[in-house]
Ligand binder design. Sequence first.
Ligand code: UDP
Ligand code: MG
Length: 322
Amino acid sequence: MATITTPELSVVVPVYNEAAGLLRFYASLMEVLDGLHTTYEIVFVDDGSHDASVKVLHGLQEQTRMIRLVVLTRNFGKEIATTAGIHAARGTAILTLDADGQHPVQRIPDFVAAWRAGARVVVGLRLSNEREGVLKRYGSKVFYGLFNRFAGANLVPGATDFRLIDQSVQQDFVRITERNRITRGLIDWLGYTPVYIPFRAHARIAGRAGYSFAKLIKLAIDSVVSLSISPLYITAYIGAVVLPASTLLGLGMLANALLGDPLHLHATGGAYLMVFTLFLIGILLVSQGIIGLYLSHIHTEAQNRPLYVIDADRSKADIHNA
Ligand code: UDP
Ligand code: MG
């Protein structure tokens, strides 16, 4: 293997309390990488593990120069850890991979082949796993359905963090500065057309998933907030219905009363109060919605994403991403 300063392939692996399975994972990964006949580096990012993960990684690093190790001060969460690894990677292609053995390393050659054939983003598409809890399986189905509907996004169910990006995509990715981030969502946002590689997830080698149900809910909420501003418009939409409807209803009732109740409504004081209350609620919803509109502008400004991403390969002008 040649120099590791610019390897062809970087493998980025976020690690959180994986000591028990790390050696087995590493052995299986090395077997595949050596079979690829390419230059590579493995960037392990320790995400504040409380177990012996860092010790195990130090031990591995002593054996080979292909390993680079980024140790975060505390647990920042997988998304940030993966981001740190992508930032540190020096390869011309960067593959992200879970350390728990769930992403089958045997498929890595397929990712590399797709990249060599020209794909800039290659995404592992997870086929459903029978052993997975019903809650998680249907939970994710419902989430993707709702998300795509309300966020106007096109997240593909089963698209995972088992993915490969070209160095040019890494450069775009680095320009994204927001803190609350979903790595795969941001890579999707960059807009390159992905090539999908379906795979069946293995069971964890050892240890437990670092994601509790509560963490998954938070992840889902973060995805919506990060990738969509439409929830901010919801009150505006409701207000836009309630306000004119209650206005019309109130005016109709008033006209009816003035004309001597031709509709025979026999409207009581309570009914008028009800309609008037609805009217006031409508005003409140609309004003909240207006705040939502301004907030959405502040939100997108605060995210400070690059305005656009240029597809350098297909552009003819002599320009590059700023
Ligand atoms: N992970 C991490 N930080 C965390 C939680 C998980 O770096 O706070 C790593 C973990 O070590 C593994 C990958 O992210 O390599 C996927 O985590 P996990 O298996 O817990 O999640 P799931 O398989 O449910 O997506
Ligand atoms: Mg896992």
